[in-house]
Design a protein around this ligand. Structure first.
Ligand SMILES: [Zn+2]
Ligand SMILES: [Zn+2]
Length: 89
């Protein structure tokens, strides 16, 4: 399969490639070289690096969820087992 490089373009400045990303919580969006002037003082990073960091964070969040859910299941199992079938002859 052909591997196309995904480069998003700016919604405000048509045709401008989004090469940067603002990591500020209130922004959290891709920026072109013209947008970047409005984000001075923000945590602006090259988009490749920002995407990697977001991916890492998402994976970390997944792991955290995974490590929590089996425990809950175990508790449920234990509760089921703890109720013995009343088999009186
Ligand atoms: Zn722009
Ligand atoms: Zn910003």
């Amino acid at each position: 399969m052909e591997k196309k490089q995904h480069v998003s373009t700016c919604a405000i400045h048509r045709g401008e490639k989004c090469k940067y990303y603002c990591m500020e919580e209130k922004c959290d969006r891709a920026l072109c070289q013209m947008c970047i002037t409005k984000h001075q003082g923000h945590r602006v990073k090259p988009i490749e690096i920002a995407m990697l960091e977001k991916k890492k964070r998402a994976e970390k969040a997944k792991h955290e969820v995974k490590s929590v859910s089996p425990e809950k299941k175990e508790v449920k199992k234990v509760q089921k087992v703890a109720v013995p079938p009343v088999a009186t002859k």
